[in-house]
Write a protein that binds this ligand. Structure first.
Ligand code: AMP
Ligand code: MG
Length: 342
């Protein structure tokens, strides 16, 4: 048997269409596996990603939403053609119901409702944060990992424990990516800022002390941002040294809480997810920590780290097997939907 899902991602600056397919011989066993959060076999047939970017300045929600409307039809057509299938071969339509930016979420939700109604396919709304964990399990050898999810808006340490998804630590204010992007905007290097900061950081030589903010299992970035902004404005420090010091400080904080979650849960797999996980220095620091405690690090390839439709299509299949169906009247977006409410 096979089950094919078209998934729509539109929580922020990315509009993505993914097509996932699960294959199994025994559908009852597949349902049980999904309910127990065990690994299920499947593959990604298509993953079309359209990103809204700017040369200077950050994301303006209404502009990002306009971008999503503009690329929607093309992205769906490209995904179907990459997967070499037609809408009639799709069994399920899933979409990111939250959390995310309202303007952007609304575009994906409207597209998903339309496809579901026109083609008479069941609709499944999924939680975006959890989709980063599940796509990592599909595409790597990880079976029961702790996820360090570091993206623009989100920073969370998540794992499935005692029958539900739980947040072991999270940011108390902004996501680490947004913080990097805001600093990037101040120093005039456009959006997204993370990749440019990584390049500048590689040329940094001197570590400049910044606040290190870990509170229990949680982290906070607002104070660090204010501090580094003042340092930049003082003109006493070079951009390269500031970027280098910013990365070293905030990544050390993230590695610390991720390690504590591994210790607390007794799990031995760390999975990375989110756009900031593309950063090779963060990957290196995680690898060192995992090596020191005998854990394994899993890093999906870049197209599955950043926000993408593939993760939404795969979680759509898992939720569908668990029995989730989202009636159109219950398909309103959930911009503040928390991982631990699933
Ligand atoms: P996402 O929200 O998961 O799509 O991730 C977007 C965020 O990832 C943005 O804040 C980017 O600045 C950040 N990002 C992308 N590549 C890198 C990188 N190499 N280093 C740090 N941050 C990055
Ligand atoms: Mg994300």
């Amino acid at each position: 048997m096979k089950l094919t899902c078209l998934g729509i991602e539109s929580t922020a600056h990315t509009f993505g269409i993914g097509i996932a397919q699960a294959r199994f011989t025994d559908s009852r066993a597949a349902v049980i596996a999904a309910k127990q959060n065990a690994k299920l076999n499947g593959e990604i047939l298509a993953n079309v990603i359209k990103q809204f970017t700017t040369k200077s300045g950050g994301i303006i929600p209404a502009e990002a939403a306009d971008h999503h409307v503009d690329v929607c039809d093309v992205a769906i057509a490209e995904a179907l053609s990459a997967a070499k299938i037609a809408m009639r071969d799709i069994d399920i339509v899933s979409f990111s119901q939250g959390p995310g930016i309202g303007h952007c979420l609304r575009v994906g939700a409207a597209a998903a409702r339309t496809l579901s109604l026109v083609h008479k396919k069941p609709l499944v709304g999924v939680n975006h944060c959890i989709s980063h964990l599940e796509i990592g399990k599909l595409l790597t050898a990880a079976t029961d990992p702790v996820l360090l999810y570091v993206s623009g808006a989100n920073t969370q340490v998540i794992a499935f424990e005692a029958g539900k998804y739980r947040i072991f630590g999270e940011t108390l204010d902004m996501g680490v990516g947004n913080m990097l992007d805001q600093f990037a905007r101040q120093i005039g290097i456009g959006f997204p800022g993370g990749p440019q900061i990584m390049k500048l950081a590689a040329a940094g030589k001197n570590y400049i002390e910044l606040p290190y903010v870990v509170k229990g299992m949680d982290v906070s970035f607002g104070g660090i941002l204010t501090n580094i902004r003042r340092k930049f404005d003082s003109r006493n420090y070079g951009k390269e040294d500031l970027c280098y010091s910013l990365q070293e400080t905030v990544f050390a904080m993230l590695v610390e809480v991720a390690e504590r979650a591994l210790a607390h849960t007794g799990k031995s797999e760390l999975l990375l997810g989110g756009g900031v996980a593309c950063n090779t220095r963060l990957q290196e620091m995680c690898r060192i920590m995992c090596r020191e405690r005998g854990a394994r690090l899993y890093v999906p390839e870049k197209q599955f780290l950043v926000d993408n439709g593939a993760q939404i299509s795969w979680l759509g299949i898992l939720e569908y097997l668990k029995g989730t169906r989202t009636a159109v009247e219950n398909s309103a977006i959930l911009p503040y939907w928390r991982t631990d409410e699933v």
